[in-house]
Design a protein around this ligand. Structure first.
Ligand code: SAH
Length: 465
């Protein structure tokens, strides 16, 4: 290891920046948050730096560089476009044993600046030792997506009670266990889901009574897994999937998504088809309660969004009744996922000012829908679970006055590599479904916006259509 990673305390210390352009501005923006006293030597200042000077956050020392300016400085950055000058600054600084960084010139640097994931007070610094700054930035963006933005808050909350915990739990090992249980348990989860006060009160409770094992009650995460493409999961969904003890998933959830759950988590299939239930809703509810009472973190993974034709409401209703804590993570619902991947904007200033989501689920062979509201012009209809009812639906819409030539699209297994999209009209759709042997899960989109697909289709379905 050529470089020692350290975090420098620069508060009220003089730091010299030579250069006043965009590159200098970037470095200054990192320095400024440390409350260092920043001195600048530059002939010209870019507007960003100029504004900082105006607001008194920077001091202009001179327009020309001289060795003596290094006196009293603890750190130097050379960021000019004059290679000779940068070199001089580096040599002078190194002679005085002052750490120096020359932008984009590792040879002249005595220290390098890492890519930083900032969750103040938590800082994650990444360096490739100058080998590939782009790689460092890529790693950074990966970490950015994996580490919840509330980690900073979590760290600050831990800091606020550190002393108290040390007094209460003098044994180091026990204390470490205590912190682990806090950071991986309900306190952290409550904080991440925005319940700061509740998190703090549980934390205080645990500090005053560290031996009481009140953690044993688990919790339930009701998570929307999106329509199929694993890339469409939210960061939160992925994070919870990676810390869960048991996953309960439906048939609709793509295997590639279930596979993202923590390796040693139990996976329980509670599959549902529109025509058969392998587990009744009550059985699923009871199972979730039982597992949570055993102290498990239960992830109830649903296709699309749990609150859109997903019975999510019913599932947490029971949990709320018996006092099991839960959180709900929205997912991309099939209507928006399929629409995007089919190149059909659900609303459009010229064609649709509203969009309704309906289910084509048949009750005793009939559709119970508000037809008058559905046939309104300038409206898109997104139909879930509509394959079996497509004929009845199209005929009823026509019967109630909708134009027989209204464009319709049907998208099977939207957002996945198996996606197939067909377009027609209210008149032709039932035949298309027969001819193309369309199967669930499929979304129908009805309305003039469907015509936009011709121009806006972008997702490659070649080889499947
Ligand atoms: N909660 C889910 C919907 C569950 S109802 C959501 O928000 O998406 C099940 C219906 O959703 C299916 O019958 C189908 O109409 C639709 N659906 C779900 N995933 C789909 C996909 N990948 N492609 C097309 N339709 C899908």
């Amino acid at each position: 290891m050529k470089f020692l990673p350290i975090f420098l305390k620069l508060e009220d210390k003089n730091c010299l920046v030579v250069g006043g352009g965009d590159v200098a501005a970037r470095k200054i923006s990192s320095l400024i948050s440390t409350n260092a006293r920043i001195l600048i030597v530059a002939r010209e200042l870019n507007p960003e730096i100029e504004a900082l000077v105006q607001s008194g956050q920077l001091v202009i020392l001179a327009t020309e560089y001289e060795k003596s300016q290094l006196d009293s400085c603890v750190l130097v950055i050379a960021a000019t476009n004059d290679a000779e000058l940068n070199k001089r600054v580096s040599t002078d600084a190194q002679q005085r044993n002052i750490p120096v960084n020359v932008v984009d010139n590792p040879e002249l640097c005595s220290f390098i600046m890492p890519s930083v994931v900032n969750r103040d007070p938590v800082q994650i610094a990444i360096s490739t030792g100058g080998a590939s700054p782009v790689l460092a930035r890529l790693l950074r963006s990966r970490l950015e997506t994996m580490i919840p933005s509330a980690y900073g808050k979590l760290a600050s909350m831990m800091k606020s009670v550190r002393k108290e915990v040390k007094e209460k739990i003098p044994n180091q090992t026990q204390r470490r266990r205590f912190w682990e249980s806090i950071l991986q348990g309900p306190v952290a989860e409550l904080l991440f889901s925005g319940h700061e006060d509740k998190a703090l009160s549980i934390l205080k409770q645990k500090i005053s009574n560290p031996n009481e094992n009140s953690d044993r009650q688990g919790e339930v995460y009701l998570v929307g897994g999106g329509p199929g493409d694993p890339d469409l999961l939210t960061f939160r969904a992925l994070r919870l999937m990676q810390q869960t003890d048991v996953v309960l998933y439906d048939r609709l959830v793509a295997p590639a998504i279930v596979a993202l759950a923590r390796k040693d988590a139990d996976r329980i299939f509670v599959g549902k088809k529109s025509d058969q239930h392998s587990m009744t809703q009550d059985e699923i509810n009871d199972l979730m309660i039982k597992l949570a009472r055993e102290g498990k973190r239960v992830l109830r993974l649903k296709g699309g969004d749990p609150f859109i034709f997903g019975r999510g409401g019913e599932e947490i209703d029971k949990l709320a009744e018996v006092g099991i804590s839960f959180q709900v993570v929205p997912g991309i619902t099939a209507a928006t996922g399929c629409a995007s991947y089919a190149g059909i904007p659900l609303t459009h200033r010229n064609y649709a000012q509203s969009c309704v989501f309906i289910t084509g689920h048949l009750k005793e062979g009939k559709l119970d829908l508000n037809w008058q509201s559905l046939i309104q012009p300038g409206q898109t209809i997104a139909v879930y679970m509509g394959v079996g009812a497509a004929k009845v639906l199209c005929e009823s819409l026509i019967e109630h006055g909708m134009n027989i030539d209204t464009p319709v699209a049907i998208i099977q297994q939207g957002t996945t590599t198996e996606q197939r999209t067909f377009t027609g009209s209210l008149k032709t759709l039932p035949d298309i479904i027969d001819q193309e042997d369309i199967k669930p899960p499929s979304m129908m989109i009805i309305g003039d916006v469907v015509n936009l697909r011709e121009k806006l289709a972008w997702f490659d379905e070649s080889g499947k259509v």
